[in-house]
Structures are given as C-alpha cells and as structure tokens.
Design a protein around this ligand. Sequence first.
Ligand code: VGL
Ligand code: ZN
Length: 198
Amino acid sequence: MSNALIIIDVQNDFCPGGALAVPGGDEVVDSINALIGTAEMVILSQDWHPEHHTSFANNHANKSPFDTIQMDYGAQTLWPAHCVQGSEGAAFHPKLHADAAEAIIRKGTRSSIDSYSTFFENDRKTPTGLVGLLRERGVTHVRLAGLALDFCVAYSAMDAADQGFSVTVIEKACRAIDNENSLAQAIEMMRAKGVILQ
Ligand code: VGL
Ligand code: ZN
C-alpha cells in the first residue's frame, strides 16, 4: 500500500440546501466516486459536532456566522450550526460511495475545540490518529478531495505535508466556501508547503 484517497466532509450540510452550504458542493460527488473506483485505500472524513459546539455562532451571545472569536488555541471563525452528530445534515451525501471506505475519521467531536483538519484539531496539536493509521499501512502519498477546499481540505493537506506525506489535492473534486479571500489564501499556503494542486 502506498497511496490513500482521503475524502473530506462530503456531507449534506455542506451541499446546497444544507446548513453551511458550499456553492456547488454536490457537484463533487460524481468525480469523487470515480476516484474511489480506482483507489487502493479510501478514507472518509466526517465533520461531527455536538449540538453545543463552540464553533457555532448560535452558542454565543450577540455573534453571527463568520464572526471571529479568540479561543485559547487562537482565532476561531464562527459558523452556522452544522453537522450535528446523528443529524441528516451530518450524513454523507446520499450518492457518495461511502461504503467503499476502510475508515471514517470523525472530527470536531469535542465541544470546546474545532477541527478543520482530519489529522489534528484546531489547537494544531491534538491528533485524530490518522497519521498513525496511514504510517502503519505504509502509505506515503495521499490524494485529497471534498469540501471545503479553503478550510477542511486545505488544513488536511497542509498537515499531511507537514507529516511527510506527498500530497495532491484534486481541485476539480473540491469546492470552496471562499469567505473573505479564503480560497486564494488557502491555495497559497498549500503551495508553500509543497502540496500539488491538480
Ligand atoms: C468545514 C467549516 C466548519 C469544512 C467544517 O468541512 O470545510 N468548514 N466545519
Ligand atoms: Zn464544522
């Protein structure tokens, strides 16, 4: 085993009609299913928040989605409540070939800390265990696709590069939120870490 395909957060809440809809989010499903069809090892990431999650704007007085707050681990963007554990919004898109996955990494599961990356929580220190899974399986190269390119895909790609994996992001199988230039910034940061955007 040398290659793994990591599919980030292709969940109803990130698709049109969802609580934190990414424009065109559902358009990635067909190309991701095609990637899954030829992958050696498939891993899915699933944003999976408790209802009282600190990243939800409605859990703070006088705050709106996309405001920023300071947490002890740094700045945190506030989001509309999304991907609540067990909800329909947190489920994978119904057309995603999710059954092909060997492992599902759930993230953002603790109310006091968000997790964009599927490798580390937003304190940039607490691991999800995915590095260990990939290393034990002999993976050296990861391909990433999914939602959202400028948040969870980007942070996952950068962490994978930092951990020594070679990383390719399949851009046509991603869509972005693009809030306040976040997409251009994310692309620049990924390239600076040697991530290939293809
Ligand atoms: C995501 C914001 C909050 C993502 C998850 O999947 O990109 N973005 N939670
Ligand atoms: Zn989230």
